[in-house]
Ligand binder design. Structure first.
Ligand SMILES: Cc1cc2nc3c(=O)[nH]c(=O)nc-3n(C[C@H](O)[C@H](O)[C@H](O)COP(=O)(O)OP(=O)(O)OC[C@H]3O[C@@H](n4cnc5c(N)ncnc54)[C@H](O)[C@@H]3O)c2cc1C
Length: 303
């Protein structure tokens, strides 16, 4: 639990991590049971919201209802809870509805391309027994799904769909070119090991700037006089991150490629799941071909 002050001029504290809808007297005792909160006074109790949801396994990866082509669903009705969860699905369902009407192929973000892909992938494959929230821990490849490379992962998709104007696209291309040039220069520039604090190297050994950047304490900002100063925002940070974690990132890159290969392999519609030893009987028997059935969801919030 995190005790978060609500503001500078109030004594109110938000008990982050204690979402509950227990009766008030129990909530009061729960709070008082925390060392240091024995005297705390509860201003507003936590409470729950109930809503109906469909089984999201009834949806395609384009968020289209399998049994009702042309109907696209997004947000809480698909078993999620949360602003971002609803917003990203709204974007994808809207995009795909437009593609459907325009006779275009569906737009799907893969698990390896963005958290939206993880969320939709999880929902349509595993369903949601309780309100689904997006956590970074749900992603297999967190080193790859970084804030600083979101544009590299998603802007080309947006451009393909006509959602990225020329100005933004040109800035994206400029950033990409600058990133490549800076990475190349760092790998090609050899330095005086003593000046950069390298110890125990052979007399004629000349490490590269990239090797220096891999050191935990080394920062590209320390080379500001060497680096061109008209870099697009974010280039420096991305280059530094990618050089520092190059080994891990390339290892994850290989795993991403393997997963992409597996994801591109469709399971035939007549696949005999029952014949696969080890598949749970519950899973083998569940049918996803029927019309969506609503079921109740319960999300708990702290007031
Ligand atoms: C008290 C509370 C606190 C929350 N706090 C947080 C938080 O801190 N952070 C967070 O991420 N999430 C929070 N959530 C969850 C988040 O608000 C929801 O999960 C999210 O807004 C759901 O978005 P949605 O678009 O799926 O549904 P909604 O926002 O419920 O939108 C559905 C819309 O459909 C309309 N509608 C319904 N029936 C019809 C109909 N027949 N015809 C036409 N329109 C219709 C409704 O009026 C509504 O505008 C909170 C929710 C509650 C209730």
């Amino acid at each position: 639990m995190f005790l978060e002050p609500e503001g500078l001029d109030t004594n109110e504290i938000y008990v982050n991590g204690m979402s509950t809808s227990m009766p008030i007297d129990i909530q009061t005792r729960m709070v008082a049971s925390v060392p240091g909160l024995e005297e705390a006074e509860m201003i507003r109790p936590g409470y729950a919201i109930e809503y109906d949801a469909i089984d999201p396994r009834e949806l395609t990866s384009a968020l289209q209802v399998k049994s009702l082509p042309g109907l696209f669903l997004a947000g809480q009705i698909n078993g999620t809870s949360g602003y971002e969860e609803a917003a990203c699905q709204g974007l994808m369902a809207g995009l795909n509805a437009a593609c459907y009407v325009g006779g275009l192929d569906p737009v799907v973000i893969e698990r390896t391309e963005g958290y939206t892909g993880i969320l939709i992938g999880d929902l349509i494959a595993k369903g949601a027994d309780e309100p689904y929230r997006m956590f970074t821990s749900r992603a297999e490849f967190r080193l790859h799904l970084r804030i600083d490379n979101a544009d590299e992962r998603l802007t080309p998709i947006g451009r393909r769909l006509g959602l990225v104007n020329d100005e933004r696209w040109n800035l994206f291309l400029k950033k990409k070119a600058q990133k490549e040039a800076l990475t190349l220069a760092l790998n090609a520039t050899r330095i005086d090991p003593q000046r950069f604090g390298f110890l125990g190297l052979a007399a004629d050994d000349r490490p590269t700037l990239a090797e220096w950047i891999r050191r935990p304490e080394a920062r590209l900002a320390q080379l500001s006089s060497w680096i061109q100063d008209d870099l697009v925002h974010g280039v420096r940070e991305t280059v530094e991150t990618e050089i520092k974690y190059a080994g891990y990132i390339s290892q994850q890159g290989r795993q991403v490629e393997r997963l992409k290969g597996a994801e591109r392999r469709p399971i035939p519609a007549d696949f005999a799941y029952a014949g696969v030893p080890g598949l749970s009987t519950k899973f083998a028997k569940s049918s996803c071909a029927s019309a969506p059935k609503p079921w109740a969801m319960r999300a708990e919030f702290l007031a």
